[in-house]
Design a binder for this molecule. Sequence first.
Ligand code: ADP
Ligand code: MG
Length: 587
Amino acid sequence: MKNGRVIKVSGPLVEAEGMEEASVFDVVRVSNERLIGEIIEMRGDIASIQVYEETAGIGPGDPVYLTGAPLSVELGPGLLEMMFDGIQRPLESIRAAAGDFLTRGVEIPSLDRKRKWHFTPTVAVGDQVSRGDIIGIVQETPVIIHKIMVPQGVSGTVTFIEEGEFTVSDDICILDGCKPIQMLQKWPVRKIRGYERKLNPTEPLLTGQRVIDTFFPVAKGGTAAIPGPFGSGKTVVQHQLAKWADAEIVVYVGCGERGNEMTDVLKEFPEIIDPATGHSLMKRTVLIANTSNMPVAAREASIYTGITIAEYYRDMGYSVALMADSTSRWAEALREMSGRLEEMPGDEGFPAYLSSRIAEFYERAGKVICYGKDKREGALTIIGAVSPPGGDFSEPVTQATLRIVKVFWGLDYALSYARHFPAVNWLNSYSLYQSKMDQWMDTYVDPRFSEYRKQAMRLLQDEGKLQEIARLVGRDSLTESDQLKLECAKSIREDFLQQNAFHDEDTFCSYEKQFKLLKIILEFYYHGTAALKSGVYLEEIERLPVREKIARAKFIPDDQMETFDKIGEEIVSSISGLIDKVGVRNA
Ligand code: ADP
Ligand code: MG
């Protein structure tokens, strides 16, 4: 192909002429340093190229090499446990090759070409296969079996397939009349990977975070956004989900946030043992790290690279969760590029296509029937953090996100300031999966789960109104039963909603424990209310020592669930003791 020539450089945006053979979204290599860029606009023979590497020193006259291919990722065994940059370069190998600083134009394959994998065929010579059919498996990590699928657009009768040790680029299977199949496949990142059909999500993604699982659940295959001001706990929540969510595969995209956060992840994740498998969390995790010192354009690539890898594992029939922290940094990159292209700005300078880009991203989530004869089901859940400047949720990125996602966990500055974590505001957050998830919880956790959840939410809502009245006329002028209500709402906030991510026991809470914990808090309220009616004084109820036990119940280990029942019994016996005393008093 004919080369182009740089005519203008403006930060990450390069304009080149003589590009008539190229098309939008093709990858090009800029200058003799071969910087990686992607064409984002074509006008005649002039291409606007966003460059994913630092453009200092590049100038007019430098050559632009066409590749004729769109920005693609490599898919195959060896993705798990890896940490890639936004354009899927393995960070460790780059460091090894170039020292601590990313040098430009480094060409390192995303997947190791030398490593051999043990491939076990699951089809035989003579079998008829087509797109999405699984032809063999590789034990990628001790916990994940990598399924090798027939690439899209390929079908035929197997004429050769063999068990053995192969690299990702070795031929492992031949179909009649087709090119040989390798384990390695490439996929253009901006193109959604297809599936047979979409299903309605029915099952919650267990996160072990009480405010999420009990009050604002996200479904497997669903979408959630977590907006919040700086320091309100977005990253901590995203890390918690990456660690504890019951997804089989986790793809974590660190997009433009502070660099040391990704270092934390790198240090922490390998050390955490997944209780479900007994192995390190990294055995099922792929990290994409695009720290704030990398050029802005790479942020966009990191989002697409992450989602494509996530779709690929979904296609194998896995439940995959993708976390992106933060999608605002990506949106800001879009704004910057759009500004440099001198496009007509929309709201607050963001391009007019902001909403559609965000929507296209979240639409890649879903529970689906994958391609392939076995009609396997896969799910891809997307959870995006949003960082609105000043915590103002009316800004364009938050608004565009809320129009598309089904779950909203709104983080609140006041709550985080008061050190109430996770700082999810229970009065304005919501989950549109709630009624579906209620059915699941009532079936598989406890038939009263959704009932308790609703009662607890009612107490929290009433608390808001009562506090208002108390502010005006003083707490003492509330009835005793309203005062007890306030006490119990406080208990829901402090003993249930607050959850310390850094406490060994509290960091994860099973569904069963969430239910039992909420149950004792509500039982105390009901028995207390009944006692007030029988003439017991509020003070007496408030002084009961069992309250201390309720407050500490979240730290009860999972193998001591019977302790909850004992607390339940103590609530009943100690309150009936108070009622008996009233009888004595009145006699
Ligand atoms: P953001 O990403 O929104 O800027 P972070 O996630 O970095 O905020 O959180 C800021 C700080 O808040 C954390 O360093 C931690 O001290 C505290 N924090 C947030 N969530 C929790 C939590 N669930 N438990 C304990 N501390 C938390
Ligand atoms: Mg953060």
